[in-house]
Design a protein around this ligand. Sequence first.
Ligand code: HSE
Length: 409
Amino acid sequence: MLKIGLIGYGTVGRGVYERLEVSKASISAVLGEECHVEAILIKNEQKHRLLEKECLVTVDWAEFQQAGPFDLIFEAIGGLEPALTYTLAYLEKGIPVITANKKLVAEHGAKLEEVAESNQTYYGYEAAVAGGIPIINVLKGLLPTTGISRVSGILNGTTNYMLTEMIENHRSFAEVLIEAQELGYAEADPTDDVGGFDAWYKIRILSRLCFGQWPNTELFHCQGLTALEDWHAEVGERIGLKLKLIGEAHSINGHVHGSVAPAFLTKTEALASVSGVTNGVSLEGKDIKQLLFIGPGAGKEATANSMVEDFLFHRRYQGNRLSANVESIEEIPFRYSLVFIKQAERDTALQWVKEQFIQVNETYSHPEGEAWLVPSVYEVNAQFPSYHVYGEITSSYAEESSSAQLGTF
Ligand code: HSE
């Protein structure tokens, strides 16, 4: 009998408990032995009274530990502390820990993986990236020697859900954020979602797997949706571009760079059609061309499914990617940016492009202001919100732009 300790009983913790219960028979068929949750460590006394489980349910860390020894820990509390202390305590004893905690993995993954390895155990973090999409174990288990030059994705379900509802159903930012929280998509502190940090942790984890080492955080820029105004997305829609929060990392000339930022995607980009809470991950390399993974990015069942499968995967297989299979992209994946100029700022913006010799390729008008299409090589001006455009801008965009200027929004 495998004895399991569950740390946390919020949305994800509850999902793991329920998934282990309903899949008891199939899990034991796969493992050849049964598993049982021996103890749950919870935060809230109130909930404690409501739980009637065939196991210890406690708010006391010491009491939880005494319910062991465990064969496996699921950590489902989020944040850095006390998750780091709890995780280290078990990895140091050689007990595997499975987590969905992207912040902890991105910030302390290097150390935690090292501790796991030196204690002949594992630290599984499949559920930390893209919820229900099994991208981590695909990279570790199925593509351990495949050359990869670029990874990109829609990695935050909350903001993708919000953007979809705002753009397609004309709903307000505040309203859809509350709904995303109610649906269990958003973080306890939704600033992590809206500010881009949640996706930033995830692209750093993907970068570690694709390029063999934990990235230099300073080379990974993070920008969320906080500067976004409705009319930016409206202009994009009008000319056939989809606004998405994109996490991206690539290797070029021996260096790995990454970012999270809102960006416009042409219709030909595979991620342009990924809507709602759905996430998408794209891997590019010489042999694979482009591999796409699309699925639920958040939510109780999808995340719990990834955690339980992560445990089963690691029980049967120990895989990893090394750094020897890094390829280099041939050119930067965006050539243009759209810069948004409010009516009142037009003179300042004209002065800026004149002084910097910036070539404005197209101008798209809107009652709120103008969007200028400029080559991405120019330094951004913090005063004007600017978004990279992924995909080929063809003459049809220029034609549409002419009608956009004449048309009404
Ligand atoms: N808040 C996260 C998201 C949860 O919306 O993607 C899954 O990591």
